[in-house]
Design a protein around this ligand. Sequence first.
Ligand code: GTP
Length: 358
Amino acid sequence: MDPKKVDAVVLVGGKGTRLRPLTLSAPKPMLPTAGLAFMTHLLARIAAAGIEHVILGTSYKAAVFEAEFGDGSKLGLQIEYVFEEEALGTGGGIANVAPKLRHDTAIIFNGDVLSGADLGELLNHHASHQADVTLHLVRVSDPRAFGCVPTDGDNRVLAFLEKTQDPPTDQINAGCYVFNREIIDRIPRDREVSVEREVFPTLLSDGLKVCGYVDTSYWRDMGTPEDFVRGSSDLVRGIAPSPALTKPRGEFLVHDGASVAPGALLIGGTVVGRGAEIGPGVRLDGAVIFDGAHIEAGATVERSIIGFGARIGPRALIRDGVIGDGADIGARCELLRGARVWPGVKVPDLGIRYSSDI
Ligand code: GTP
C-alpha cells in the first residue's frame, strides 16, 4: 500500500493521570524521553514509513503540541490539529478527526506507545487481507497484565478478552490500528467512546472484517512511571528503536549544556537533560533527569524521574520515585518504592519518606 495515500492519526488528548505529577505541567506525549519530546520518536517513525499527512487529536494541554511541531515541515510531515473541548475518549477522538482525513485509509496511534513495528508491513497486511480494520497485535512474555486478542488461521480477530490469570493467547492490543475510512464514519460522534471497549467489540458483532497483524517487535506503553523509565532507558541503550535518535547509543546520554562532575556514575540508560547539573559522587542508574534539574554530591537516583528544575540534595536516595517539577528534596532524604513528590514541594533535610505522595 502506498503510504502517501494513508492518513496518520495520533491520539494525544488524554490527561495521563498515571504519570502525575509530571503530567500536571506537560501532556504525557510531550514528556522528554531520551532527551526528545516522546511524540518526536513516534512522528519520526511515521515519517520514516513514508506517510506524509498526520492529524493530532488533542484535548488536554492542546496548545503545547502545535507550539512544538507547528505544521510538521521540520519532520518532513504535514501536521494538522483537531481539538476536543471535552475529551471524547479514544474512539470519539478518532471519529472527531474524520473531516480532516484526505484518504480512504487511516493508521491510528495511541500517542504514548513506544514500538518498533514495521508500519509498511502492517499497511500491506491490511490491504492484502482486504480487512475493514487491522490491529497491530504484539506477542508479550506475560500477557496476564493485558486484555488479549485471539485470532484464527486467517488472522481474523475472534474476540477482545478482558485481563485474566490464564490468557488463551499471548497476543495483546498494541494500540495501533489501520481503519478503512467508512469504518471511522460508523463511530458515534460528539460523545465519549472507547475504541477498545466499544468500537472493536461492536465491529466484531456486526460481522465486519477485523484482522490482526501479529509480531514480536519492541513494544511498551509508556503510561506508568515504571514503563516510562524503562522505555526511556531502552531508547538510550538502543534496545528500543527510534529514527529520531541519531547519536550512538550507550549506557547514558548527556544533553548539551548539562554538566556532570568527575566521579559521578551514570549507568542503566540514564538520560541527563539540558542545563542539568550532576554533582560529584552522584550515582544515576536508569534515571530520567529532566532539563535544569540539580542532583547534588553523593545523591543516588535509581529508576526514577526527576522533573524540570527539581533539586535532589546531597546524599539523598530516590528509588522508583517521581519528583515533580521544581521540587526540592533535602539532604539525605530517602524516597523509595513509588514515592511521588508534587511540583514545588520542599522536603527538609533528613525528611525520610517511604512510598507516599507528598
Ligand atoms: P491515564 O490517565 O494515565 O490512563 O492516561 P491517558 O489519559 O493518556 O489514557 P490512555 O493511556 O488510556 O490513552 C491512550 C492514548 O490515547 C494516549 O496517547 C492518550 O493521549 C490518548 N487519549 C486518551 N483519551 C483521549 C481522548 O479523550 N481524546 C483523545 N484525542 N486522545 C485520548
